[in-house]
Design a protein around this ligand. Structure first.
Ligand SMILES: Nc1ncnc2c1ncn2[C@@H]1O[C@H](COP(=O)(O)OP(=O)(O)O)[C@@H](O)[C@H]1O
Ligand SMILES: O=C(O)C1=C[C@@H](OP(=O)(O)O)[C@@H](O)[C@H](O)C1
Length: 180
């Protein structure tokens, strides 16, 4: 059973594309941020304020692990790749991890002064530094990536589905050969 995971910076479209992709594939959609809010019982800014980022990352990692081997599409938070344990988990065969590769300017245009994301609530230099520091982590964690920016969601979902079907076919054939 493969769990399809979308990773990418804040505002790259993980929730938007994830919902559309899950509907198109007729499997459930999961948003790790929503799961975290439900588990902790407060908003993400409040979690950061009251308990700090390390606690948020701990809960985020527990949520990700809880959906392993389930047939669903998971939209993760932009910092899921911060923990090495999450990067290792996302690279293994239980997950098929897709990076929504987006340019910084696109994120700036989309999020403007969004206050729901604590790590976006800082000056542009710090935003850009965080963005740049994470690009190699998304790259090393993902099985494949799609260039997003402002392409139509429908086109992006079709491109992702083509990757998924080719990857799962190759994986099925590999497992078949192994078991012969
Ligand atoms: N392909 C796209 N083209 C234009 N706008 C998009 C696209 N994908 C997402 N958006 C917009 O960008 C913002 C952030 O999208 P969201 O799905 O919440 O990103 P994430 O979950 O990665 O933080 C939303 O306002 C959404 O409508
Ligand atoms: O980049 C990050 O570290 C975060 C991104 C957010 O999710 P989105 O990527 O959906 O904005 C949310 O998980 C939290 O604010 C931390």
């Amino acid at each position: 059973m493969t769990t399809f995971v979308l990773i990418g910076f804040m505002g790259s479209g993980k929730t938007t594309i994830g919902q559309y992709l899950a509907h198109s594939m007729e499997i459930p959609f999961v948003d790790t941020d929503d799961e975290i809010v439900n588990r902790v019982g407060m908003s993400i800014p409040k979690i950061f304020e009251h308990y700090g980022e390390p606690y948020f990352r701990k809960v985020e990692s527990e949520v990700l692990k809880s959906f392993s081997k389930q047939s669903c599409v998971i939209a993760t938070g932009g910092g899921i790749i911060e923990l090495d344990a999450n990067r290792q988990m996302l690279k293994n065969d239980d997950f098929l991890t897709i990076w929504l590769d987006t340019q910084f300017d696109t994120i700036m245009n989309r999020l403007t002064n969004d206050e729901s994301r604590p790590l976006w609530n800082q000056n542009v230099e710090k935003r850009m530094s965080l963005f740049n520091s994470r690009q190699p982590l998304y790259d090393v964690t993902s099985h494949f990536s799609v260039k997003v920016d402002d392409r139509p969601v429908e086109d992006l979902v079709e491109e992702i589905k083509r990757y998924i079907y080719s990857y799962t076919t190759i994986e099925t054939e590999r497992q078949y050969d192994e078991n012969r």
